[in-house]
Design a protein around this ligand. Sequence first.
Ligand code: UDX
Ligand code: UDX
Length: 490
Amino acid sequence: MEKLFYCSKLDMTIGKICCIGAGYVGGPTCAIIAHNCPSIQVTVVDLSEERIAQWNSDRLPIFEPGLDDIVKGCRGKNLFFSTDVKKEIVEADLIFICVNTPTKNYGVGKGRAADLKYIESAARMIATVSTKSKIVVEKSTVPVKAAESIANILKANVKPGVKYQILSNPEFLAEGTAVKDLLQPDRVLIGGDQTPEGHEAIQALCWVYGHWVSKDRIITMNTWSSELSKLAANAFLAQRISSINAMSAICESTGADVTEVAHAVGMDTRIGNKFLKASVGFGGSCFQKDVLNLVYLCECLNLPEVAEYWQQVININDYQRRRFANKIIESLFNTVTNKNIAIFGFAFKKDTGDTRESAAIYICKYLMDEGAKLHIYDPKVEEKQLITELTHPAISDDPSRVKELVTIHKDPYEAANNTHALVVCTEWDEFINYDYEKIYGSMLKPAFLFDGRIILDHQKLMGLGFNVITIGKRLQRPNVHRPYAQAPAQ
Ligand code: UDX
Ligand code: UDX
């Protein structure tokens, strides 16, 4: 049996881990810890009985390649899912806080600041029930200095003999590749107090990750650097996408091809080729939220120029989604009212059923605003989830209209049948190999195809008869000789 890590300053060994929040981050992270640390007991707790029941069933609440096998391999042995939040907190030596931190939709900082109410309630719960010392790890992405708030809540309610250490350990996994990202992370980041107690707590968490991550990939620093690094990493990634999407608009006006530009730019090893794929816009639960959070932080720190700089990353993303929708409307002779439009893909990226902030939501909104009839197909997104997104008050003020305009299909060929246009919003691999001849045959003519992810074989599709429109490239019909690019529209 492995010797567990002993923290002399807190007088405890790390034998039990509890994670508050069984979401996209908490669930996979704890499954990987349990898988790699058989001597540690890991329990994931959540307020939602439905979520916990799903984690305990054969159908996990999230789709993530490779996750089923890992969960099934250790569930019931050293991995548990429970709604008994108090009991698990009491027993735990180390607690991960993995609750969601959405953008605030009310009050001060509305639309930009992160809502920390769930983090605060987790901290208060820990303070109320704990009877022994603990290491509390904030994994949820938070504004800089959130660890200080957690520490203040814990310290103000501390019981005699109980000590706390707060660490920041942001998660960098991306959805769809969570298992791989967790098993082979680029780096694990751990921030803590620069005191002997803080260093020992950092070492305890390093020991947990050290079961499967090599030492040189585990970096430690002060808490504020760690918190800011997470926001910075997401802001840099989002900024690359907005940069290439801004280039895509120039490409469409000049005759340059954004894929070629990205290739040429990315071959510079100083720049690198990742995250340079132009698209209909980035989505997901993190990029927009974290950049807005950064903008808000800059405003609070009285750094308006810096705030404006990062805000532009969001503005370009909004612009890209709007631009793509406008292009659909313009191409369909400036009206889509009552036209049937197939939407291929609703998830914010491939290999996930997650729809949070998906560009598809906005494309559908803009088309619904114009009265288009949408026929949506996504390989993984549940119908209930899709309707929840489209009937959200920010997207539609009349749920009955969504019902009237939207049909959800289980088969892509059915979705495309009898439509005027087909719009690719997510880069699912299966879209590439569909029988587009059959699809073309079943559509109204002229048949339009809008590739918002630049994944299809455009020349082939045009050869079949489609009018193809994509991002960052003006397509020319095959066999039509046009030696010079057109002058930009005035
Ligand atoms: C992650 C990160 O943790 C977060 O920082 C980031 O901002 C968004 O992505 P994620 O795991 O994707 O969060 O969130 P979600 O899937 O919504 O899961 C959070 C879970 O916490 C939910 O299951 C929710 O029921 C649970 N929760 C929330 C609690 O158990 N207690 C609470 O008080 C609040
Ligand atoms: C992101 C970060 O990558 C991850 O490190 C962090 O922990 C959480 O936020 P995630 O949102 O799951 O992960 O997915 P990601 O692969 O980063 O994609 C985000 C969005 O950007 C998707 O909508 C994706 O389609 C889009 N994207 C990505 C592009 O449009 N172009 C690209 O080149 C890359």
